[in-house]
Design a protein around this ligand. Structure first.
Ligand code: DP6
Length: 342
């Protein structure tokens, strides 16, 4: 399918959705290679710094939004389980932006199914709010371009802005208008793999949304921000040149400095467990043995190992042998968030 077909398909699906006030969208979560941590504006989710990520093609969330005038309030079911409280309120806040723009008052039924394991430490909110934004906009009859959809997804979860475009995405810091993510390379550009060692499936005590406001309390956040442009540029160049030995050390440095900010916040956030540290040291040993594999870590204890496709199976097998590793998930680059047939 070429890009024109895809474009036409999406336009057709949008037309249908607007008629039925119902749309279904699919989105992938993403892993940040250069991290987002801290906001200039927590409410608008304007990040303190630009970030760069890869969509994870084998993980996905599929969400159907149906605007229905018989509903008294929005309803939400994730993998068939009804949700109320703060989770529903966050979804309603995002839908309100769509309703306001479309001049619509109907409440919505949201049904979301995901193969991202709950509590796996993979940012499921990135896929969730990207799929929600794409489906809700279409169901409300809005014809938004990718930048507008990325902006809308950002308001729900910052990292979701990067799950709207495909492949490898750069999310700009800036104001409400300019802070959107764009693809810098399609998924076919590089068969990079994210081999995730899951070391804990427990629910985090402090999630990303609670953590971002703490970033400014760390004396190291200013140093992290001061160096981010350099790391971002090095990462972008290495990515475009498919140069893993150049990419690896930069993504490791960026992840570690983010965790240094987390650990030196008030109150501090310690996401690492002894197994996290053991995995970091194991990765270093593999590198000394000549294996091109590098780590990154999000707001949790799980370790993402980044390597090329040829090495992924070996890395998976080695990870399974390490005490404390519960599961291993592997994914290559994924496409953009998009409408699909119901
Ligand atoms: C450590 O996007 O999950 O994964 O905007 O509050 O939803 P909210 O936060 P979120 O933060 C992600 C933080 C991170 C790094 C990253 O993905 O860039």
């Amino acid at each position: 399918m070429n890009s024109t077909d895809t474009h036409q398909d999406q336009a057709l699906l949008r037309e249908k959705a607007a008629r039925r006030r119902r749309a279904t969208a699919l989105a992938h979560p993403n892993i940040a290679l250069i991290k987002y941590w801290g906001n200039q504006d927590d409410n608008l989710r304007l990040p303190a710094n630009p970030s760069l990520s890869m969509n994870l093609g084998s993980l996905q969330t599929i969400t159907t939004v149906t605007f229905d005038d018989s509903l008294a309030g929005d309803t939400l079911a994730i993998n068939g389980v009804p949700f109320t409280g703060p989770t529903l309120e966050r979804v309603t806040a995002n839908l309100d932006l769509v309703r306001r723009q479309a001049g619509l008052t109907y409440r919505a039924r949201i049904e979301s199914d995901s193969n991202v394991p709950v509590g796996s430490g993979i940012a499921s909110s990135s896929a969730a709010f990207a799929a929600l934004s794409v489906a809700a906009a279409a169901a409300a009859g809005l014809d938004l371009d990718q930048a507008a959809l990325s902006r809308l997804a950002r308001r729900g979860s910052g990292s979701a802005s990067r799950s709207v475009p495909g492949g490898f995405c750069l999310w700009q810091a800036g104001d409400d208008d300019s802070s959107v993510a764009r693809s810098i390379a399609p998924p076919e550009h590089w068969d990079l793999q994210d081999v995730v060692a899951i070391v804990s499936q427990e629910h985090k005590e402090v999630g990303s949304s609670g953590g971002h406001p703490l970033a400014r309390t760390s004396p190291l956040q200013a140093a992290r921000i001061a160096g981010v442009e350099r790391r971002l540029e090095a990462c972008r160049e290495a990515l475009l040149a498919r140069n893993l030995p150049a990419l690896g050390p930069v993504i490791e440095e960026d992840a570690v400095i983010m965790h240094a900010v987390m650990m030196s916040s008030r109150p501090p956030l310690y996401y690492w467990t002894p197994t996290t540290m053991a995995l970091i040291l194991t990765t270093q040993r593999w590198q000394r043995d000549g294996l091109p594999v590098y780590f990154t870590i999000d707001a949790g204890p799980n370790v993402h190992l980044i390597c090329e496709a040829g090495l992924a199976q070996q890395v998976e097998a080695e990870l399974h042998k390490i005490p404390g590793v519960q599961t291993v998930l592997t994914s290559g680059p994924g496409g953009p968030a998009r409408l699909i047939e119901h």
